[in-house]
Write a new protein. Structure first.
Length: 480
């Protein structure tokens, strides 16, 4: 997307460092949805996956189930028609999905997930995330000591965001995160750092299968010097790793890598690092495989923040051109989070979830199919420190359709920001399938923002699947 004037800046310093070699695999997640468009183009690399649930086999408890599978640790558990697990307490659920940590839990007809505890569901979807190990219940064992409670930083297979997407027939083709695994069984590397003092590199992996990043390994390697993030590994089988992007039609030249220590945070008690994209920084893969091309449907999401945004073009993650150029309307489709870059806006002061579809940021489509809609009534501001931003791009002849969803990444379900036709001239789509992060499709790199995880899938995910993903993200415990 073409650059627009920067209107708001909270962080403008550019950090550069040695450019490392690439190879190997995995990590990151974000979700994108679609809305009204306006005037520029941008693209973003997706990274998505799911993280590990804590709680596995059962030990030391009494279990009874009807029509499902149950596992408990140190407690009593009963379920009907689903899968249930509890740690250190008692749990019962019916008609939904629930997860509890070190206590007692009951749910009916909903979706819930917990960090460092166990998961229980009946007739629904359940996803927890390996956390600090759970709390002991009345007669249970402290989490992690007896199998079902969370192993430090890990959890059982089948509990990551990408496992949830796969169960909804929309498998991940790119999953990026420096914070956590996005597949429940993932045990590879999340990212690589390059040390300034000697240009040596180190891969940073997970603490346990399906778990959180080993932030301490980065701290030890980078002590006394500075480090940059040289590779963001794709956790999917596609190998769509991201490295600093080359120069393009627009922008200030080749993209610089992010400073590895700029965005320290916590997730369920674990000290981890996100990726702070400053002006002039960005990542790309022009030879991605498995991503949507042409008018094929896709889903993208990222976990971002209201902090550190620079309202220019274009803080994107997702599908972009393969040649670093603006190839015209509909040649990219990436989730964008920010102030609209003077183009399309929602209500309130922002920031908003939008889609970058080249020559247009879209918060929602206006009257007569206009792409430069301002004040889209359904697209609400998301002033949170951790934000889930989602784009669902559907296939189909004109007018086509897309959806945008967003929420606080630490609580609640997704809100529909826009769901309707594409703007005039943007259906069918002409996607090219490259992946970008923090930049536009033509390499415009004058925006900034924070990135924690992101995913790209094939196919248009349902809202039910997306809310199960959102529950998993909430359970990851960002900022806790």
């Amino acid at each position: 997307m073409k650059s627009a004037k920067s209107t708001t800046s909270t962080s403008r310093s550019v950090v550069s460092g040695p450019r490392p070699a690439l190879l190997a695999g995995a990590a990151i997640i974000a979700i994108a949805a679609v809305g009204g468009c306006s005037g520029g183009s941008s693209s973003n690399g997706a990274t998505g996956g799911a993280d590990a649930a804590s709680g596995g086999a059962s030990s030391g408890g009494t279990t009874s189930s009807s029509g499902g599978t149950t596992a408990s640790s140190g407690g009593v558990n009963g379920s009907s028609g689903g899968v249930s697990a509890s740690s250190g307490g008692s749990s019962a659920s019916s008609g939904g999905a629930s997860a509890s940590s070190g206590g007692s839990s009951a749910s009916s007809g909903g979706v819930s997930a917990s960090s460092g505890g166990s998961s229980a569901s009946s007739g629904g979807v359940s996803s927890g995330f390996g956390g600090r190990g759970g709390m002991a219940g009345d007669s249970g064992v402290a989490g992690g000591a007896s199998g079902a409670a969370g192993v430090k930083g890990g959890g059982p297979a089948g509990s990551g965001v990408c496992d949830i997407f796969a169960s909804g027939s929309t498998p991940c083709v790119a999953a990026h995160s420096t914070v956590r695994a996005l597949f429940g069984a993932y045990k590879g590397n999340l990212y690589q750092v390059t040390r300034a003092s000697d240009n040596m590199t180190k891969d940073i992996g997970v603490l346990a299968i399906g778990g959180f990043a080993d932030g301490a390994a980065q701290d030890a390697f980078c002590a006394g010097t500075t480090c940059t993030i040289s590779i963001i590994y794709d956790q999917s089988s596609q190998g769509n790793h991201l490295t600093p992007g080359p120069a393009g039609q627009h922008g200030s030249g080749p993209d610089k890598p992010s400073n590895a220590t700029d965005l320290k945070t916590t997730a369920s008690g674990h000290e981890v690092y996100g990726i702070r994209i400053r002006v002039g920084m960005g990542y790309r893969n022009n030879k991605a495989t498995g991503t949507a091309t042409g008018d094929a449907a896709e889903t993208e999401y990222m976990v971002s923040s209201q902090k550190d945004l620079v309202n220019s073009c274009c803080y994107d993650y997702g599908n972009a051109e393969t040649n670093n150029r603006d190839d015209g309307n509909a040649t990219m489709e990436a989730v964008y989070f920010g102030g609209g870059s003077g183009q399309s806006t929602g209500v309130g002061p922002g920031p908003w979830v939008e889609v970058d579809i080249e020559n247009g940021l879209c918060a929602g489509v206006g009257a007569n199919g206009a792409k430069e809609a301002k004040g889209v009534a359904t697209n609400m501001s998301l002033p949170y420190d951790y934000v889930t931003a989602v784009v669902v791009g559907r296939s189909g002849a004109a007018p086509g359709s897309f959806a945008l969803y967003g929420s606080d990444a630490t609580a609640g379900t997704l809100k529909t920001m826009y769901d309707g036709p594409r703007p005039n001239g943007f259906a069918p789509m002409k996607k090219q399938g490259a992946i970008i992060l923090g930049i536009g499709g033509d390499n415009t790199n004058s925006a900034a923002g924070d990135f924690y995880e992101g995913v790209m899938t094939t196919g248009a995910a349902t809202l039910a699947t997306l809310n199960a993903v959102q529950a998993n993200i909430v359970a990851a415990g960002y900022g806790k």
